[in-house]
Every structure is written in structure tokens, then in C-alpha cells.
Ligand binder design. Structure first.
Ligand SMILES: CC(C)(COP(=O)(O)OP(=O)(O)OC[C@H]1O[C@@H](n2cnc3c(N)ncnc32)[C@H](O)[C@@H]1OP(=O)(O)O)[C@@H](O)C(=O)NCCC(=O)NCCS
Length: 137
């Protein structure tokens, strides 16, 4: 399989991905606003076909949220989700200055905690219900 990472997601691609994993959909106008206000976004193409997306929203300084990470069912279990999370994490890390720290938060869909743990996120349900990762330099 030939993977390619790109840094833009069109409205139609976003809706295609959301529908492929069975999430409730949005209006095109809403998706446009969301994408326009996104800090970082990536998509993975396999043999030039859309396989997965993910994005990060936040304040560009202290806190951000990993959002809409999804891989089409036929491409799941092939490492694409990990590529998406790692690339987004690298983009965040590149923009945290020396002496600064930034927290990446996420709310995992049920059953996917282990996936995010494998990507380095902390899961401590006895203390906090979401998952998080501090990027410190
Ligand atoms: C969750 C999701 C993004 C994972 O993407 P993926 O491409 O299938 O994941 P990967 O192939 O990169 O998996 C990486 C590792 O996590 C593990 N993993 C993936 N999903 C898992 C799960 N639900 N439970 C336990 N482990 C899981 C894989 O087995 C793999 O382990 P390994 O490295 O030991 O082989 C994908 O299943 C998906 O899009 N699901 C539907 C949408 C969704 O719920 N997204 C999450 C929103 S918070």
C-alpha cells in the first residue's frame, strides 16, 4: 500500500469520512466554519484514495483538542490511525517553544482508549474522564 499524507481536507472529504464511520453528519456550512478554524489537519491517502483524517483545534498556545480522527472501516487496523495521530502530534510539538508546554486533550469514543494509549496518551479514569498528553519542551 502506498500512503500519502496531505494537509488539507475538503468539505466533501470531511463529510465522506464522518459518514464512513457512522457518525452523525453536519451541514456543509458548519463543516466549512470548522475547517476554517482548525489549527492542524491531515488526511491519509492510500493509492490516492481517501483513507483517514484527523484534526486539531485549540488556542494555539496552551491547550488543543485532537478531534475527528477517523479511518474508513476498510482501511482500519493497518496503522493509518497511528500515522494521523503521530503527524498531528509532531505538528503541535514543532510549534511549542522552549520553556513552554501545551496540553493535547481528547475524548475517545468508547472502546478506543487503548488505541490512544498506544499513541502515547494518558488514560486515568480514576482522576479524569478524558485523555490527555502534555507536550513540554
Ligand atoms: C480508532 C481508529 C481511528 C483507529 O485507527 P486504525 O487505523 O484502525 O488504528 P491503527 O491500525 O493505527 O492501530 C494502532 C494500534 O492500536 C490498536 N487499536 C486500534 N483500535 C483499537 C481499539 N478499539 N481497541 C484496542 N486497540 C486498538 C491496534 O490494534 C494497533 O495495535 P498494534 O500497534 O499493537 O498492532 C479507527 O478504528 C476509527 O476510525 N474508528 C472509527 C472512528 C472513531 O471512533 N474514531 C475515534 C474518535 S475518538
Amino acid at each position: 500500500m502506498k500512503f500519502k499524507i496531505e494537509y488539507n481536507i475538503s468539505i466533501n472529504e470531511f463529510l465522506e469520512m464522518v459518514e464512513s464511520v457512522g457518525w452523525e453528519t453536519y451541514t456543509e456550512e458548519q463543516v466549512k466554519r470548522a475547517l476554517d478554524n482548525t489549527m492542524y489537519m491531515v488526511k491519509v491517502l492510500v493509492n490516492d484514495k481517501l483513507a483517514g483524517i484527523g484534526r486539531v483545534v485549540g488556542d494555539n498556545s496552551i491547550v488543543c483538542i485532537l478531534s475527528d480522527v477517523c479511518v474508513k472501516p476498510e482501511y482500519q487496523g493497518k496503522g493509518i490511525g497511528t500515522i494521523i495521530v503521530n503527524r498531528l502530534r509532531e505538528l503541535i510539538e514543532e510549534n511549542v517553544g522552549v520553556g513552554e508546554k501545551m496540553q493535547i486533550e481528547l475524548t475517545p469514543t468508547a472502546g478506543n482508549e487503548a488505541f490512544y494509549q498506544k499513541c502515547g496518551f494518558k488514560y486515568k479514569p480514576e482522576k479524569i474522564t478524558g485523555m490527555y498528553l502534555w507536550i513540554k519542551k
